[in-house]
Design a protein around this ligand. Sequence first.
Ligand code: DOR
Length: 440
Amino acid sequence: MTDGPTRVSGDLIIRDAHVLDPASGLDGIADVRLSDGRVAEVGENLRGTRRLDADGLHLFPGFVDVHAHWRTPGREDEETIETGSAAAAAGGFTSVVMMPNTDPIVDRPVVVSGLVRRVERESRVRAYVSAALHEGLEGERLTEMRLLKEAGAFCVSDDGLGTQSAGVLRNAMLYAKSAGLPVILHCEDHTLATGVVHDGVAAALAGMPGSPGSAEDVATATALVLATETGARVHVTHVSTALSAALVGFFKGRGDITADTTPHHLTLTDDLVGTLEGLYRVNPPLRPDADRLDVGKALKDGILDFVATDHAPHASEEKELPLEEAAPGFLGHETAFSALYTELVAKPGGRLSLSRLVETMACTPGRWVKGGAYGISPGAPADLTLVDLSEQWTVRAEALVSRSSNSPYLGRRLEGRVVGTMVGGELVYDGMGARFGARV
Ligand code: DOR
């Protein structure tokens, strides 16, 4: 799906939703009129040709996920553009950035242009292609970033792997800057990351080889120093340690630097290593509670800019294994909002406001992707998410929309649920039942 307006016939009124949009300062019951795929008006008693009764629901700007693995091309048994985008829509995401660690790797213009065309045909949501920073994600030869951009790449990343040579990374940043492409960095030093879980008490008790937090921190520090020096637009993804979050805070404002963390690093800890289940292997690994709390505080305080899911589907034969043998990665799209709302907002003493959660899932990543204000305002594309905060649900493998089922929340009861997602005014996910009506 592209950024062009999606035509819908007549005007749709979303009636009586609690409209919450930190970007435009909306926080109250209102009607929203959509016309020609865009927001036309926000007000009271609006009139149109169709209506959607959103009484009791919250309406947010559509969520934006800058980190997803849709496994196309190459591992369509795990996810496709169709199933990945359907899972994204079910989680309230209206825009997604697809990572390039596919087979073939997205390191040539022909792969980029092929993906761009497939996205237009197959994706339910807007999807942006990240090309590789290095050929084969090998951290040696830079990709032809200018040609990748011409072919439709939105950004560059070697996600899944860290870049081991600071000199090579510096050149990559300079080249990406000259090509006008943002760089998304997975910060991991492979000489330190030799284990399969976080190197801490839980790993010791489980007898698991651990990777220290320094594996992330050393690489994050290198990336931030080089981002500051080169002036490249650098986004550090899936920050999971207290020290890396603090480093982002130190370097913020000294360069064109942004950073995200994931729902799982904000809600789960390395205690799960004690299960010995491969389901809980992820990279960067789940950390101790002290890291989780500091990373959450950094998100609350705006040091970390937004949340991204790192949606990483894996086949059951790659996850239903002992931890040491399992592939790293968690599903993320379908549970992101509910997991964060349950753990950080709704829990007594919750540490995040609903408004900040919406900002970090929609407004800030939206601004990062679209390059301008992102919210519910007249003229903006009608990319919207409807949520029922009163709904409670249990995460079940068989009910997931994704082609895979490796959610770390399986069996958990979550609060708040996405019930509707609109892209360009078109309903791409409908979990609402009969709420549509004729003319108002
Ligand atoms: O756990 C992870 N899985 N981390 C990554 O960085 C890559 C991802 C994947 O592609 O499976």
